[in-house]
Write a protein that binds this ligand. Structure first.
Ligand code: SAH
Length: 439
């Protein structure tokens, strides 16, 4: 089949064509593929890539073998007009994720995947330097590769294939080829995401490294560098693919704001995980306390502290505690800090959970505001796509009113540029970080 996606000159509108000639006077159901309703078709035409299962009118033919559904499906609207080709996820709420506005076959898709992965990596190269050898090389929909995440931690690459249509040897081989050509890693490992595995009905990924072929001891751990600080990495532990690379620029910003507003101060990093914010703040402050409910995370934080000791000015300690209880006790006890970071886990994983999440954000921010000295610094984050800027800001404003404090917004910050936001895909904008000065 011709490579339609290659021939179309950039900027020229995508031409749509029926899958088969419409019979006189009737709507066309494609011979093979998915038909979607009008709402979903409009969504795709406005640049989105997802079709929810509730918007799928029909899928033909029903797969003969449910364990091995077709990875790619042509997608048409109810009139039979082709909208493109999608990755198909039979057990997910997001049934279809578009990968091309044309009809493409498996070989063309693999070629497209290789080109997009290559381009994603090239776009990140300027972010890597001697102070930073870790970044997200590919971020799923934001790089037009739905479900494909690749993170670099020094010489280790962690690959995640998070949609059913990507779960194939051919896709793994294509990824390994491009990653080896572009970044010459010591190893490429695949890491599952348990929640998404369940939603997508994915099999366990291979335990052996995707590269090199023969298993070698010690491949799963390394040390990586962010903003000149060294962090321990273990591919078999921790959250996400291991670290929160999306916060890298916010760590650096927190350090610079603290240098201005809380030099030599006492700071609290709540939900500190392995010490990302805490260790950056420890370069400019006098005393840093990191709080997390996970002992395993704090053990890595302690290790990271030891790795960077000679670069840090502060005394640093870690506290295993529930953040809500600790903030309530400490604010009631009248404790005072010069700067506080709040970076909780995603409270709202679904739209329905937003209301409860906002109560959680308000409570945390209220407690933090009560503990900040006048002129102090509050850095408060949300990593839920469903919580919008206006929601987070309203929660903080309401907390400020209850605490009788005035907050001035210094900066609205998002994720680092290796986690780009695509304007037509609102879900790519998930991380929000407010930097506030508290009067
Ligand atoms: N700030 C971190 C990322 C935080 S992720 C960084 O930049 O690396 C969220 C963290 O919150 C996780 O480490 C998790 O263990 C912790 N956590 C979740 N619920 C908690 C609770 N109720 N109290 C304290 N920590 C909690």
């Amino acid at each position: 089949m011709a490579k339609a996606h290659k021939r179309r000159p950039p900027g020229e509108p995508v031409k749509t064509r029926p899958l088969s000639p419409p019979p006189e006077g009737s709507a066309v159901i494609p011979v093979s593929g998915a038909v979607i309703n009008r709402r979903a078709a409009e969504r795709l035409r406005s640049g989105h890539l997802w079709v929810y299962v509730s918007d799928v009118v029909s899928i033909t033919p029903r797969e003969a073998n449910a364990a091995h559904p077709q990875a790619l499906l042509p997608v048409a609207d109810a009139r039979g007009i082709l909208l493109g080709t999608a990755l198909y996820s039979p057990s997910s709420q997001i049934a279809l994720r578009m990968v091309s506005p044309h009809a493409i076959d498996d070989a063309e898709w693999l070629e497209l995947l290789s080109q997009r992965l290559h381009r994603a990596i090239v776009q990140r190269k300027s972010l890597l330097d001697e102070d930073n050898d870790a970044c997200r090389l590919c971020f799923s929909e934001a790089d037009q590769l739905p479900g494909l995440v690749a993170d670099k931690y020094a010489g280790l690459i962690i690959l995640q294939l998070l949609t059913k249509g990507l779960d194939s040897d051919a896709v793994r081989e294509a990824c390994v080829r491009v990653l080896r050509d572009e970044v010459s890693p010591a190893a490429i490992l695949e890491r599952p995401d348990p929640r998404i595995r369940e939603l997508e009905g994915l099999a366990n990924p291979p335990a052996a490294p995707l590269w090199p072929p023969a298993h070698q001891q010690g491949l799963a751990t390394t040390q990586f560098r962010l903003n000149g600080l060294d962090f321990h990495y273990d591919a078999n532990a921790g959250q996400k693919t291991g670290a929160f690379l999306d916060q890298r620029m916010n760590y650096a910003a927190a350090r610079e704001w603290a240098r201005k507003l809380a030099p030599d101060g006492r700071v609290l990093d709540v939900f500190c995980y392995q010490g990302g914010f805490a260790l950056h703040l420890a370069q400019v402050c006098r005393a840093v306390t990191g709080v997390d409910a996970s002992r395993a995370s704090l053990e890595v934080a302690e290790r990271n502290l030891a790795n960077n000791r000679d670069r840090l000015a502060a005394e640093v300690d870690w506290l295993e505690a529930d953040a809500f209880e600790l903030l309530r006790d400490w604010s009631d006890a009248g404790k005072v800090f010069d700067a506080i970071v709040l970076d909780p886990p995603a409270f709202a994983k679904t739209r329905r959970a937003v209301e409860g999440a906002l109560r959680g954000y308000k409570e945390l921010n209220l407690r933090a505001l009560r503990m900040l000295r006048p002129g102090g610094l509050l850095i408060t984050c949300s990593c839920s796509h469903h919580v919008e800027w206006s929601d987070l800001e309203a929660a903080v404003a309401s907390a400020a009113a209850d605490a009788s404090r005035r907050v001035r917004l210094l900066e609205r910050r998002g994720a680092a540029p290796d986690h780009p936001v695509v304007l037509n895909l609102p879900e790519t904008e998930y991380l929000k970080c407010l930097v506030l000065e508290v009067d």
